[in-house]
Design a protein around this ligand. Sequence first.
Ligand SMILES: Cc1ncc(COP(=O)(O)O)c(C=O)c1O
Length: 360
Amino acid sequence: MKKHNFYAGPSILNRGVIENAAKGVLDFANTGLSVLEVSHRGKEFQAVMDEAVALFKELLDVPEGYEVIFVGGGASLQFFMAPLNLLGKKAAYINTGTWSTKAIEQAEYVNKMFGTSIEVIASSEDKNFTYIPKNFQVPEGIDYLHYTSNNTIYGTEYHKDLDCKARLVCDMSSDIMSRPVDVSKYDLIYGGAQKNLAPAGVTFAIVRKDALGKFERSIPTMLDYNTHIKKGSMFNTPPVFPIFVLLQTLKWYKEIGGIKALDKRNAEKAQVLYDEIDRNKLFKGTVAAEDRSRMNVCFVMNDEYQDLQDEFFKFATERGMVGIKGHRSVGGFRASLYNAMEIDSVKALVEAMKDFEAKH
Ligand SMILES: Cc1ncc(COP(=O)(O)O)c(C=O)c1O
């Protein structure tokens, strides 16, 4: 039976990407060696790194003056690296859920160390992070405004770049390359690659070079963006295999028409599923309609059908749905529709919801 992979991350990769990754595991670039056992300093892997950086820039239309790096440590390390490198005096943060909260916590460490400050200028915590805050004042003279573009756990998303005068820093872990982004508004975009790009283990950062080194601070070598920029992400051993797979994903993105095509695919997929959630009497969405994420679709049983939750889970599982359980802090269901997911899998889930409704 075909499995429909709705995991939130690590998550679905395109089948062709996995096949290319498998080929590289057996024989990498005609070296007679596996990509798992070659030096990151060899010319074959250097070519992979160069092409991955170039394609990443091309696909996202990254302007001059920015560098793309691939490092370890996850988005969670970026929560600390971002303020360590960019917070000179004061920054603003928007809190839209667990990951933003963690980013705020890490910035507080920087505050304690260097006497800087951050202000949380908006939050949706009052309604359990079920919406994106809209009306807030951005203070003058801040170093940056940090936000999380897609809230993987709660299923809310900014559908456009935040419109404000401040320089932006954004965690795009769970919606990178799902829609066009105006990179020039950002000093930093970062994220774990394990949702839309690659298997777990590699983190991307798009850094505006002029935003670095603006104030005197002694930054430990591995935590300094300049270290990784100057050494082309090869200061230390990079996550070789995840970067190799990342390149296969980027090639596939280019082949199918780039970000524009992905944007269209994602709009269609999300529409199909949200339409069914709104139509089906057994289910309801959990977040404000205008802020619904296209990447992580969260829903629950309607009030009078709460006791059917486990039964639906079993019903869907028997039809090949994998990973639709909501995050433990939210409950219900979450279907992640990342870039690699085909619309047929979304339709299979919708069919299951319809057939389950017909049964009850
Ligand atoms: C939006 C967002 N930010 C950050 C993280 C943490 O990423 P990592 O596990 O790579 O540290 C996640 C993980 O799911 C996420 O969804």
